[in-house]
Structure formats: structure tokens, C-alpha cells
Write a protein that binds this ligand. Structure first.
Ligand code: PLP
Length: 443
């Protein structure tokens, strides 16, 4: 498997380099030079494959010999340890539950797969690998648990102070060992900017082996494509076309869906659902991409003002590299394939209540944004079967959920037990100078 940078298609690396570096030197994003088409036989007989077997087949095709089959199998078996069931609300509306992992959110898939892959590639190295992660909530918890006690790997998590929920913070700050949390006095975008700057800093790269674990790492994206196949498998064959509705922030999940589609999964259409941070729906509408500061909302894991995977989406829709205004030509293609919707917090709260009352299903605020978008889309396209990605368990947003529903929410034991544990975090100003000094002093 070979990958190029979205900023320069002749900058080509192998899988190991892409995974270990995370980001190309030119500050683009890695993309596969070639996406394999999976056989019609596989696609038509998905029902014969377990979730792990699906992961194995997709990986094998993508990696194209970069990792021996038995090692892929081992990686898959350690990473894909929990199911991704589809629950039907009615004939038209279905929910893909991605929260059955240790941190109760879909990011467990990416984090666990990446941890396995990095552990595999790191086996023969002398020096520790230091992984930097900026999180707006869920990434950090998933990465922390995915990498916990992985030999030779240290994980540094930057999170915006006061902008993640109580239990999210506990997930980041209570593990210890090789996991360290930095509580930054700033926004998620500030955290992301600090991390991006560190990766481009020659002083740091000279003395520390740095890597990333955000959705910008291709190792995060790859396993997220598996569950599109898994969800499709669970829909009965031969019905109305299947559309996926993806509650989005950095657009990693949606990009992974586009990869699945390019690899041959017959996905009819994508719906990009956002909260009031609607930079991508606005782009789909106007053709102008205008990033801005993120605003705080109820669905805080989607509070992103400049989605990092947008460059990959544009890249996927640009067949030719050197187009003068790539974003414009990609736009024509992209808006055919993806419809964007945006909803504010008032609508989101109403949707949480509606799904509870109408379907007796407890949906979290992120999934609720997706539910609203699917409902809107199906007004125009009733003859479709929609699958909303339910990206997190409702109990991760306990205070808001209990306030909206007016009752207690059951918190799974693996999360509730954290509230007793002591928070340990390094208080940090929103300053690159501080961050750099701290890194050099500690690693
Ligand atoms: C990260 C996250 C999202 C956004 O996913 P992207 O891949 O960044 O678009 C949505 N919901 C939840 C619960 C998340 O944690």
C-alpha cells in the first residue's frame, strides 16, 4: 500500500511511514494512491462474513501485501472486539450503534486499530514513540484506552479546559501509566493548532519521535470504513437504496464512508449532519469553503470550525491533482454525492425527546442531529433506507440527557466507575512556547 500527500501527489510513502508520522512534511494529509475494488462476490455475500472477517478482507485488499495476512488477522482480532449492531426505528430509519467499545464512542474503533498498527510497526524501535492528540471530547478517551500500557508508546492528550463533560474528562485524566493529559486554557481548535505546530517544529522532531492519533492519521480512518460494510450487511438485501447519515465534526467518519463506497460498497447517498458549526453544509450549498472559530453546542464532539478531513474529501473528488481551483471542481461532484444539513441545539433537544417518545429509543445529542438530517432528507427521498451513525452512548452526555428527558440515564459500569477516580492533568496556557518547553523537558 502506498499513500500520497493531499498537498503533493508525488510525495509518496509506504503504510508504515504514513501511520508512524501521521502527517506528511508538507502539512497535507495522507491518502491511498489506489483504492482497491472489493469483489462483487464479497459484496453480495457480506452476510457470510463476521465483522472481524469483513475487517480482515477490507484490510487485506487495502494493505496489498504491506503486512502479512497472519499479522493483519492478529491486529483485527485485538482491535475489533465489540459489535456494531444496527437497530431499526422503523422501515426507513435505522441506527448503527457504534458505542459498544470501552470509551462508549465510535472513536474506539480507530484508536484500537491504530494502537495495534503502531505497536506492530514500533516493535523493532529503540526510542519511545510520543503520540500527541488534541481532543474536543471523545477522541482522547478512546485513544487513552486504546493505547493504555502499549509498550514503547507515550500518549499526550490536549483538551480544552471546561469544554468537555465530567466523565469525558475522567476518561482522559485517570488512567496514568503512559497516558498524560494537558488541560489547555483555550478551545479545541487551539489544542489542534498546538499539536499541528509541534509536528512541523524541527527542534521537537530532532529530539522526540512524534506521531499523531487524531482522525488525521490514516490508521484511524481505515477501520471506520469496516462498519459501513457491517451495517450494510445487516440491512435485508433487495430493499430500497441505502443512505448513510453521518453526524460530523472533523468528517473522519464521513470520509471513511466515502472510502467504503469507492471500494465498491453500493451506498446510494451520504448525508452530512452538523450542529451549528456548519462549515461543510454551507460549502455544499455555496461552493465556498469558509472555516471559522468553532462554537460550543450540545453535541460538543462536533464543535469543529475547520474540519481536518475536508482536504481528504476534496481530494477524493478531484481526479486530477493540479486543478487550479480544486475546491470548486470538487464541489460539483461532492454535492451530487453528499447532502448537508445543520441543526441548532433547540432542534437537537426536541429530537432527543421525539426519538424517545416515538420509538422508545434513547439517542444521544450527536445521533439526534443525524436523526433530524435523515428525517429532512427523507421528506424529499422517501424511498430510501437511512442508517444514522449513533456515534456515542447517551450516558456520555449525562447532565444534558437527564435534563432533556427528565429522568435518570443508566451509565454502563465501565464508565460510571471512573467518577470515583482522581483527575490528574497538567494545567497549560494556550501557548506554543509553553507546550514546546514542556515536551522538551519531559521526553
Ligand atoms: C468525534 C465525534 C463525532 C465527529 O466525528 P468526525 O469523524 O470527527 O466527523 C461525532 N460524534 C461523536 C460522539 C464524536 O465523538
Amino acid at each position: 500500500m502506498k499513500l500520497y500527500s493531499t498537498k503533493n501527489r508525488s510525495n509518496i510513502v509506504d503504510l508504515k511511514e504514513a501511520v508512524m508520522k501521521g502527517l506528511p512534511d508538507d502539512n497535507g494529509l495522507f491518502m491511498p494512491t489506489h483504492l482497491p475494488t472489493l469483489s462483487a462476490d464479497f459484496i453480495n455475500n457480506l452476510a457470510d462474513f463476521s465483522f472481524q472477517e469483513i475487517g480482515f478482507e477490507v484490510c487485506k485488499a487495502l494493505f496489498d501485501g504491506a503486512i502479512p495476512d497472519e499479522d493483519i488477522l492478529n491486529i483485527i482480532q485485538k482491535a475489533l472486539t465489540f459489535p456494531a449492531p444496527v437497530v431499526s426505528l422503523d422501515n426507513q430509519k435505522h441506527i448503527l450503534e457504534l458505542f459498544h467499545g470501552p470509551s462508549l464512542a465510535f472513536k474506539d474503533f480507530g484508536a484500537r486499530f491504530m494502537a495495534q498498527l503502531m505497536g506492530y510497526f514500533n516493535q523493532k524501535e529503540e526510542k519511545d514513540l510520543v503520540i500527541l492528540v488534541a481532543t474536543s471530547g471523545d477522541t482522547g478517551g478512546a485513544v487513552a484506552s486504546g493505547f493504555y500500557q502499549t509498550p514503547g508508546i507515550e500518549v499526550i492528550i490536549l483538551y480544552p479546559s471546561g469544554k468537555v463533560s465530567f466523565l469525558q474528562e475522567k476518561q482522559l485524566t485517570t488512567l496514568g501509566h503512559n497516558i498524560t493529559a494537558l488541560e489547555v486554557d483555550g478551545t479545541f481548535d487551539d489544542c489542534q493548532a498546538l499539536v499541528k505546530k509541534a509536528f512541523l517544529d524541527p527542534d521537537l522532531n530532532d529530539s522526540i519521535r512524534l506521531s499523531s492519533a487524531n482522525s488525521i492519521n490514516i490508521a484511524r480512518l481505515i477501520p471506520q470504513s469496516f462498519y459501513y460494510f457491517e451495517a450494510y450487511k445487516q440491512m435485508n438485501q433487495g430493499g430500497d437504496p441505502v443512505v448513510f447519515c453521518v453526524p460530523s465534526g472533523n468528517f473522519g467518519n464521513l470520509t471513511a464512508g466515502l472510502l467504503a463506497q469507492k471500494m465498491g460498497l453500493p451506498i446510494h447517498h451520504f448525508i452530512a449532519a452538523t450542529n451549528s458549526n456548519d462549515v461543510v453544509p454551507a460549502y455544499l450549498e455555496s461552493g465556498n469553503y469558509v472555516p471559522r472559530q468553532s462554537e460550543r453546542t450540545l453535541s460538543n464532539a462536533m464543535d469543529v470550525g475547520n474540519p481536518s478531513n475536508f482536504a481528504r474529501m476534496v481530494d477524493l473528488y478531484n481526479a486530477v491533482a493540479a486543478i487550479e481551483t480544486p475546491e470548486k471542481s470538487a464541489w460539483i461532484e461532492m454535492k451530487e454525492a453528499i447532502t448537508g444539513y445543520t441543526f441548532n441545539d433547540v432542534s437537537t433537544e426536541k429530537a432527543v425527546l421525539e426519538v424517545q417518545e416515538k420509538y422508545n429509543y434513547t439517542i444521544d445529542p450527536h445521533g439526534a442531529v443525524g436523526y433530524l438530517a435523515l428525517k429532512e432528507y427523507q421528506k424529499e427521498h422517501p424511498n430510501t433506507r437511512g442508517i444514522v451513525l449513533e456515534t456515542a452512548h447517551p450516558s456520555k452526555f449525562l447532565e444534558d440527557m437527564e435534563r432533556i428527558l427528565g429522568r435518570d440515564i443508566l451509565v454502563p459500569e465501565r464508565l460510571s466507575s471512573l467518577s470515583e477516580k482522581e483527575k490528574v492533568a497538567v494545567p497549560s496556557p494556550n501557548s506554543y512556547a509553553f507546550f514546546k518547553e514542556w515536551l522538551l523537558g519531559n521526553y
